[in-house]
Design a protein around this ligand. Structure first.
Ligand SMILES: C[S@@+](CC[C@H](N)C(=O)[O-])C[C@H]1O[C@@H](n2cnc3c(N)ncnc32)[C@H](O)[C@@H]1O
Length: 251
């Protein structure tokens, strides 16, 4: 049989986002491997453990914390990420070989869905070159789906594409039509024309959820102030937003 790993999308906040497939994979797992990201995101570590406590019927599983190597800041961004992933792959390969029985089942819990701005699958591909493992992927509800559901809006205009991007890329390249922006610490929407529509959400799916919608001109400054205040209060924030510039076509 050999060692097997489930990469389980756990949804982007609400434990009720877990699918039946995810719950089955949780119950099939003996060892959960978790990145140690330090204190700042400890709320998220707690949430992962709560998910396990709530959905796993037999309490025989255990957690193995994996140290997160430092990412170089003095070199080219892409090269720094490649080196960082390689360092993580070495740590993960050693931990899987040491902690998982030769026919054991392990898992990585991926926030939202593992396909979206998440490095687990890239790193596991590198791990599989070092240790003999098989792995599968259980899809999860992304922050994008949580955002559109909570605002009760369609993601795309009729027959139109949607860009999914980061704050950095939005600032560098702009967008046309509709764009979802993630990983934006800088409220980059403030550089968009004031008539741009925005649907913003923070801590989606949790008890601390914040939602604001309007045009950048109407609500941009309020979102920036709310974001700064919430980030200071919690010590961390995760927020996502959809931007739309209308081309006059019906939506
Ligand atoms: C590293 S990415 C991971 C995305 C995740 N894999 C997903 O499927 O949603 C983290 C970013 O996702 C967004 N995000 C994740 N969870 C969120 C939440 N509950 N509320 C708002 N934004 C969230 C934020 O933009 C955050 O910076």
């Amino acid at each position: 049989m050999g060692r097997h790993i489930h990469v389980i999308g756990i949804g982007a906040g609400d434990p009720d986002y877990l699918t039946v497939q995810a719950i089955n994979a949780l119950n099939d797992t003996q060892v959960f491997f978790a990145m140690d990201k330090g204190e700042t995101k400890s709320d998220l570590v707690v949430l992962r453990r709560k998910i396990c406590e709530r959905f796993i019927q037999e309490p025989g599983y255990r957690f193995v914390e994996l140290p997160d190597p430092e990412r170089a800041t003095d070199t080219d961004y892409r090269q720094a990420v490649v080196d960082w992933h390689a360092a993580r792959a070495r740590i993960w390969a050693a931990a899987i070989a040491a902690e998982l029985a030769p026919d054991g089942v392990g898992a990585f819990l991926a926030w939202g869905d593992p396909s979206l701005y998440d490095s687990t699958l890239r790193i596991l591909e590198a791990v599989s070159a070092e240790v003999d493992i098989s792995y599968d992927v259980v899809p999860g509800i992304t922050a994008v789906q949580a955002l559109t559901a909570r605002h009760r809006i369609p993601l795309n205009d009729v027959g139109a594409p949607v860009l999914i991007t980061t704050g950095r890329q939005l600032r560098a390249r702009g967008f046309t039509g509709s764009a979802v922006v993630m990983l934006d610490a800088d409220c980059s929407f403030q550089r968009c024309p004031p008539q741009t529509r925005i649907w913003w959400g923070a801590y989606l799916g949790t008890a601390d959820e914040l939602l604001v919608a309007g045009t950048v001109g109407e609500v941009g400054a309020r979102i920036a102030a709310l974001r700064a205040e919430a980030r200071a209060r919690h010590g961390w924030i995760m927020d996502t937003y959809l931007l739309r510039v209308s081309d006059g076509a019906p939506d």
